[in-house]
Design a protein around this ligand. Sequence first.
Ligand code: ADP
Ligand code: MG
Length: 298
Amino acid sequence: MWHFKDYNYYYKVIFLGKLRSYINTNTVILIMRREQFMELTVLPGTNRCGEKEGFDQIVIRPGDTLSIVGPTGSGKSAFINDIEVLAQEDTVTGRSILMDGVEPPEEMVRDPAKKPIALISQNTRVIADLTVERFLALHIKARDTDTRRLIARTLALANEFTGEKIALPMRMTALSGGQARSLLIADAILISQTPILLLDEVENAGINKERVINCIRDYNKAVIFVTHDPYLSLITDRRIVMKNGAVAVMLEPGSRERSVITKVSGMDSFLWDLRERIRSGDLIQERESPLIKIGVHA
Ligand SMILES: Nc1ncnc2c1ncn2[C@@H]1O[C@H](COP(=O)(O)OP(=O)(O)O)[C@@H](O)[C@H]1O
Ligand SMILES: [Mg+2]
């Protein structure tokens, strides 16, 4: 005979299993149940030549923001995949991950509903043939919360991240890449309440990065961005530079990049507005902005 609590837990697991089957796992999106953590530790592995990485450990705590930069093929995705699978020297890199200082419990590795990590990648596609409203409602139901209010809040948050507004009756499959990722990030923050978010090159899809990062900070999540975006790299607290499959260096710039950040922030919001205007069919003329003049005459 099941106790209510057991049933409830079982339901969540079944539901999340079902939800995952709606999603093309080949293109990696995982939505997971909240599990509090104090710190996640990455222990070094080896580079592509089998040489040990030059760091002792990288510790990630709630509220931390990191970016991972480096050329294509340098091992950025491999690094966050190690975190996502809670590697135990069983991936190509040989890294291992500790949760709160110890090897993660077997059930956390095995059971997606117990993993405190959401990975949203560039190729994330939701293949569930549901409306946005139904998708969110189903997901919330498994978590026994006030559905309507939470749907509205999640939608509003997603719409702060994307320039192309999402509406509840839209089909999930019809969302653009930027809309889907914005919705999934909002979902990970408000519904799944996932403590660790891994975002692999999601910036090129009309997502307001600054808003995302501020929001993630407000909710005290840890976030790791794999990114080629200079502004995003500058506004994270730590920057991991990858080379030949290994962590080459980890920078913690503190206030040293502050003056650059202010300038790049202006350029970035200018480009954001420009992108939105171009998408909506505006004709862009040089006299409108000193920044365009710089671009043209430099
Ligand atoms: N430390 C490593 N040892 C061996 N192979 C690695 C290592 N890091 C990454 N790779 C492999 O190199 C390839 C490129 O890595 P990837 O993480 O996709 O690069 P990026 O995301 O920076 O473009 C992948 O096939 C990956 O499995
Ligand atoms: Mg990659």
